[in-house]
Design a protein around this ligand. Structure first.
Ligand SMILES: [Zn+2]
Ligand SMILES: [Zn+2]
Length: 201
């Protein structure tokens, strides 16, 4: 009997550890993809070599958010899949293959597609995706719309959106920008779609 209880508690602990790793993987995917989004939105320029085209498409997305839904799956997700593959290979090389890293890579790879779904109407997404957006595991259009408001410099995470509120509460992105400004003397790029406040006398 005691052996049975011991096995049962061991199984429960394993299940709990498995679920914890999945949750941590989702948080990691949300944060890392949000981090890349923040870098694209705030640093570099459209004429920069290599990353210039990425910056141009980021600026275009802020100007015309719905344009992305007209692009092909590969045009939208090619870069994200490439980066996810790089992470997957790195994890394989160092031997970090577990539910946490697998979840992070799979959901991280889907970041821009989830983002794309958040710009589509329910009639375009269909019932399954519309239902998924109502679960906590796929970002909702309402949550991502917060990024496109105001100065467009908040709520960068677009996988589940779980990291948005905690990061905004501690002003994480502004603190990162202050650190970069202090050490690298680099100011963040202002979004050209955001109007400057009129100077009032
Ligand atoms: Zn953005
Ligand atoms: Zn967007």
């Amino acid at each position: 009997m005691s052996d049975f209880i011991l096995t049962l508690s061991e199984t429960s602990l394993q299940m709990l550890w498995f679920a914890t790793q999945i949750i941590l993987g989702l948080l990691l995917a949300d944060f890392v993809t949000g981090f890349f989004h923040w870098l694209e939105d705030r640093y570099g320029g459209p004429s920069w070599p290599v990353i210039g085209p990425i910056i141009r498409s980021t600026i275009r997305h802020h100007k015309k958010p719905r344009r992305m839904v007209t692009r092909t799956f590969f045009q939208r997700n090619g870069l994200t899949y490439f980066l996810a593959a790089c992470f997957a290979v790195s994890f394989l090389i160092v031997g970090w293959v577990n539910p946490l890293t697998i979840t992070a890579v799979l959901f991280g790879a889907m970041a821009n597609e989830f983002h794309n779904w958040s710009h589509k109407k329910p009639s375009e997404n269909g019932p399954l995706i519309t239902w998924l957006q109502k679960t906590p595991f796929v970002i909702s259009p309402f949550e991502h719309a917060k990024h496109h408001r105001g100065k467009k410099n908040t709520h960068y995470c677009a996988v589940t959106g779980w990291m948005n509120e905690p990061l905004e509460r501690v002003r994480f992105w502004r603190k990162m920008e202050a650190i970069i400004r202090a050490f690298a003397r680099l100011r963040p790029r202002r979004d050209p779609t955001v109007r400057r406040r009129p100077i009032t006398a």
